[in-house]
Design a protein around this ligand. Structure first.
Ligand code: ARG
Length: 577
């Protein structure tokens, strides 16, 4: 797209002036302040700084070598050394026309597709999925969608917590206290009850604790009865997780889970010891990070003194497996902020283990969801809120909203719309804040039809669709392709809208490289705003001839970008609301 074209021209000019400069540092982005231009680069300032040169002088020299006359009629050196590009109307029109002909939707698939593993959601077996897992699920799914849209090969892997010491207690509970009726009604709820019961008993009674320990050892040694119980708990949990994923429209290519790596753990430890990366300390095998100021005080245990492996061992084995199986260029782990140290350790150990590997390892972490009181989001009784209940409530509230707006629609249709609006609202509220900050869960705000919300964007989309329904009612035929030659923005509101459409590709790329879906949320919100200004200033169906055709084409392109963008966020777009 245009930012890429300008970027490659600018890189050529920079290479002519500074042959040693790294072209990857020369980037062009939409101008954050539209009145200064359409695209901007701040690359020359840092290049000049690194060389002790005057940035404006360097900028002037680069502009002297720059050949962008076909795209930009004016390149200004601004402020301390920004370059501002003003697009030629013909360049803007050419991009719109190509989009109308179906050649692109303002983004291009990556020229070199990458293989990216996204490790997300990853709830724990025998525990209900709670709001804490919602962010991982929603963020991870969105990143996977955006990467796919950009043409990358994406592999999603749900790293279920399906192994660990909790199974000793769970098996004791299962054998001694299981209530089959409750298990049939709410399997995960019953398993949670069993765990709590035995956990409390363990605190009072050392005999129960010892029983749990023995059941765990039996499970680990492959005792058939305990394996079968564990297997059953796994199946029951997966059924409930899968029901939520279906509801949310989230799918995984793989759900290997921690237990999958058990056969490999010993070899990982042995290899790290043999290579001198791990060493014995108080009976445990430990990796020390003496050279690393940040990790120096945080050695990582990869085998406990009782010989057991742990979460870190499993993640190292998982990495090795992914590397051999999928040869990824990048692995993205989406978890809450509390796991930062864990992933820093894993990544540091991996770099020593495979110094030759060029893979990008990213821990994409996020903050908490807070209740209205600013404390972690809980029910009135202080329990964690279950995801399924939360989604039910979202749909119910959205149903009331849709009914209020559109009481005449048949109930089944209102229900269907409410599902899309309710789930969309929950997802969007989660994707909109900077992922690293906490946010307050707020029903009224997320479901508002005005403001930066999913319902607002879905509504904006339905408004455009209704223009085309009206058009169809008149019996007039409409063909975006045929309209392409007329796409030459005339009115300022048309131009502002068109220019923003062009920025879609840059936004998607920024989401993928910085793992920040909020960029896409804000882009779409601005798009809806520009559309509404355009629609106010520029009548569409009341016009005739070329003006009508041109404006209809802008409407349709906007609807397509809104729809594609919302789908990349995992949000559906109803035809009416
Ligand atoms: N099951 C873990 C939890 O709920 C998250 C796993 C994240 N992925 C990983 N490869 N460690 O905290």
């Amino acid at each position: 797209m245009l930012h890429r074209l300008l970027e490659s021209r600018l890189q050529a000019a920079v290479a002519a002036v500074l042959p040693d400069a790294d072209p990857a540092l020369v980037r062009v982005r939409p101008c954050p302040e539209p009145r200064f231009g359409d695209y901007q680069s701040n690359a020359l300032m840092s290049l000049a700084k690194a060389r002790g040169q005057n940035p404006r002088t360097l900028a002037a020299a680069v502009v002297g070598k720059l050949d962008v006359h076909d795209l930009s009629h004016l390149v200004e050196v601004a402020g301390p050394g920004f370059l501002n590009f003003h697009l030629r109307p013909e360049a803007l029109a050419a991009a719109l026309q190509a989009a109308a002909r179906g050649e692109h939707l303002f983004f291009r698939p990556a020229s070199v597709p990458r293989t990216v593993v996204v490790d997300f959601s990853s709830p724990n077996v025998a525990k209900p999925m709670h709001v804490g897992h919602i962010r991982s699920t929603i963020l991870g799914d969105c990143l996977a969608r955006v990467l796919r849209l950009l043409g990358h090969r994406v592999i999603t892997d749900n790293h279920l917590g399906d192994w660990g010491t909790q199974f000793g207690k769970l098996i004791v509970g299962w054998k001694r206290h299981r209530d089959d009726a409750a298990l049939a009604r709410d399997p995960v709820g019953e398993m949670e009850r069993l765990y709590r019961l035995v956990n409390q008993a363990c605190e009072r009674d050392p005999a129960v604790l010892e029983a749990a320990r023995q059941e765990l050892v039996k499970l680990q040694q492959g005792d058939p009865e305990n394996r079968a119980i564990w297997q059953r708990m796994l199946e029951l949990s997966r059924e409930q997780f899968d029901a939520i994923y279906r509801r949310l429209g989230v799918r995984f290519d793989h759900t290997l889970g921690e237990s999958f790596y058990n056969p490999r753990l010993r070899a990982v430890v042995e290899e790290l010891v043999a290579r001198g990366i791990a060493r014995e300390s108080d009976g445990a095998q430990v990796v020390f990070f003496e050279e690393d100021p940040e990790l120096k005080a945080h050695p990582a245990i990869i085998q406990k003194s009782d010989g057991a492996a742990n979460y870190a061992t499993t993640d190292l084995a998982t990495l090795a497996h992914r590397l051999e199986t999928w040869h990824p260029d990048e692995i993205i782990y989406v978890t809450d902020a509390r796991q930062q140290l864990h992933f820093k350790q894993i990544f540091a150990i991996f770099r020593r283990w495979h110094p030759e590997a060029r893979i990008v390892l990213a821990h994409v972490w996020f903050g908490s969801i807070l209740g209205p009181d600013g404390k972690p989001f809980k029910t009135r009784a202080g329990d964690t809120i279950k995801l399924a209940d939360l989604l039910d409530e979202a749909e119910e509230r959205a149903f009331r909203l849709v009914t209020e707006k559109n009481p005449a629609l048949p109930e089944a249709e209102r229900r269907a719309i409410a599902r899309q609006v309710g789930l969309g609202a929950v997802k969007y509220q989660d994707l909109l804040p900077n992922r690293q900050s906490d946010y307050v869960f707020d029903w009224d705000k997320m479901l508002a039809l005005s403001g930066n919300t999913a319902p607002y964007l879905q509504y904006a989309h339905t408004r455009i669709r209704s223009i085309f329904r009206k058009l169809a009612e008149t019996g007039e035929s409409w063909d975006l392709r045929a309209a392409a030659p007329l796409l030459q923005p005339a009115d300022p509101a048309e131009r502002t809208l068109a220019r923003h459409l062009l920025y879609f590709g840059h936004t998607l790329e920024a989401v993928a490289t910085e793992y920040r879906p909020n960029y896409l949320c804000n882009y779409l919100y601005e798009l809806a705003g520009h559309f509404s200004d355009f629609y106010e200033a520029c009548p569409v169906l009341r016009e005739t001839g070329a003006t009508r055709t041109r404006r209809l084409a802008l409407c349709e392109l906007t609807a397509r970008v809104l729809q594609t963008g919302l789908h990349a966020l995992g949000i559906e777009t109803p035809e009416r609301m």
